[in-house]
Design a protein around this ligand. Structure first.
Ligand code: HEC
Length: 95
């Protein structure tokens, strides 16, 4: 009888740990993705677009050329759709 009680207790504790871990993990994931979501295009451009080659300044290309270039670079730089959109908006507004 006593051993089943202990097992039940252990199960309860591990369930609590699991739920706590999930909640904590969720909170951390949210907290760390917040600043990225708020980053403006100019910042994202500066951080990502000079990693592999010299940065091409906005005036190097037309709006249409930036559309194509960022579409290609989005996969290379591993950017989300929102990040790529912000970067392309910044480039088009500064060329
Ligand atoms: C993971 C590496 C990598 C990252 C990050 C990256 N690029 Fe590139 N980029 C390349 C490579 C490699 C080429 C040349 C090969 C090609 O054109 O496919 C290139 C070519 C280009 C070109 C064509 C220029 C030319 O001279 O032909 C432009 C414009 C460009 N990148 C802009 C960007 C922008 C804007 C970003 C940020 C969103 C970016 N790149 C991020 C690797 C990268």
């Amino acid at each position: 009888m006593k051993s089943t009680e202990t097992i039940y207790r252990i199960k309860k504790i591990s369930l609590g740990l699991l739920l706590g871990g999930l909640l904590l993990g969720g909170a951390i994931a949210c907290a760390s993705s917040m600043p990225i979501k708020q980053k403006p295009g100019a910042m994202l451009w500066g951080e990502n677009c000079g990693r592999c080659h010299n940065v091409r300044t906005p005036s190097d290309y037309s709006d249409a050329q930036w559309d194509v270039a960022v579409m290609h670079m989005r996969t290379r730089a591993n950017l989300t759709a929102v990040e790529a959109q912000r970067i392309v908006e910044f480039l088009k507004s500064s060329n």
